[in-house]
Design a protein around this ligand. Structure first.
Ligand code: ZN
Length: 341
């Protein structure tokens, strides 16, 4: 089995909400350590995410409103720093209790060798970072290795894209002055920056400012799924030019041409995004970013144990061993070796 590094999951949010241990095999949700092992996921980016509400919304579609030609979800307002700091602390404690934290490329190689199943600690939205960055180094010391500057809402550092169909990522202003400082500080500290959920102006601010490869951890392609969360061809080209990568998301609503949330979506829809990125910018710039426990994937991919089905389907379409290893983990190794210190 080709080991996989997965660009994004929300299992820690599920554990924070439900109290489950990610060391134990669960029968709800998509991902825990035993299911990662079964699916050949050697390591994954585990998001620390601060929800606006403590309780999970009963129906993910309940906030969706029809528009003339599609749908939109009203944008959330900013989350107060105190709430973000408390929830990030609680969530990191779950990660420290349940997971082997990957802090270096050496740790990641141990995971790829099968010695550990690893978690790369990631902020999905930089809300737990003080706008003056006073606590950034403390978080890095605690194991934080990656920061998504925004989730799909505004914060002190930048502006996230709304959930809407159809739509483009050109939805507002670029990074704030604090956002510029955050990019600089992450480059200095060797923390990965993730542009998923960032709007187009913010994305190109990061491209201009950052000295590291550009990473979009869990995204689809705008040409195939025209929503603001998807990457335009110009964004894909900029990722290639930086030496970075795209982790292709498994979500049905972020991959289907109609952006509908449907578990009966064929696996080929996700494969279409993987092959589009590989054909446009090269196989050395495409990876996987499942969004397990944070999305509605096709049934064929609806938990961590099913990842080999995706690699098998690509092999059946003519992907060779070298290309599958690039997709599975080598591209992540290259990007993280160039980013972390
Ligand atoms: Zn996300």
């Amino acid at each position: 089995m080709i080991p996989v590094v997965d660009g994004h999951n929300d299992a820690l949010l599920r554990a924070w909400r439900t109290g489950v241990s990610l060391r134990d095999r669960g029968d709800d949700g998509h991902l825990d350590v035993p299911r990662m092992r079964d699916g050949g996921i050697a390591a994954g980016f585990f998001a620390i995410f601060v929800p606006a509400e403590d309780e999970e919304p009963a129906d993910p579609r309940s906030r969706v409103r029809a528009t003339d030609d599609g749908y939109e979800v009203p944008m959330e307002g900013p989350v107060p720093f105190e709430r973000a700091a408390r929830i990030a602390d609680e969530t990191a404690a779950i990660a420290e209790r349940d997971l082997f934290l990957v802090r270096s490329v050496g740790d990641l190689k141990r995971c790829l060798a099968g010695e550990e199943t690893g978690a790369i600690l990631h902020f999905e939205g930089a809300e737990p970072i003080e706008p003056g960055l006073g606590n950034l180094e403390t978080w890095v010391g605690r194991g934080l290795r990656s920061i998504g500057i925004v989730w799909s809402r505004p914060n002190a550092f930048g502006h996230g894209v709304p959930f809407r169909f159809p739509g483009t990522p050109d939805t507002g202003p670029g990074l704030t002055a604090q956002g510029f400082e955050l990019v600089h500080a992450c480059n200095e500290l060797g923390v990965m920056l993730d542009v998923a959920h960032l709007n187009e102006a913010g994305f190109f601010d990061v491209v201009l400012l950052s000295s590291a490869p550009i990473v979009a951890s869990h995204c689809g392609v705008h040409a195939l799924c025209p929503i603001p969360r998807s990457l335009t061809d110009a964004q894909l080209d900029a990722i290639r030019d930086s030496g970075g990568l795209v982790g292709v998301v498994f979500d049905s609503a972020m991959t289907r041409a109609d952006a509908d949330l449907r578990p009966d979506t064929p696996l080929d829809v996700v494969i279409g995004h993987i092959e589009y990125v590989a054909e446009r910018i090269g196989v050395e710039h495409v990876a996987l970013g499942s969004d397990f426990d944070g999305c509605t994937p096709p049934h064929a991919l609806d938990d961590a144990t099913k990842v080999p089905a995706l690699l098998d389907a690509l092999a059946a379409r003519g992907w060779g061993d070298d290309d599958l290893r690039a997709l599975g983990h080598r591209n992540w190794l290259r990007v993280l070796a160039a980013t972390w210190r």
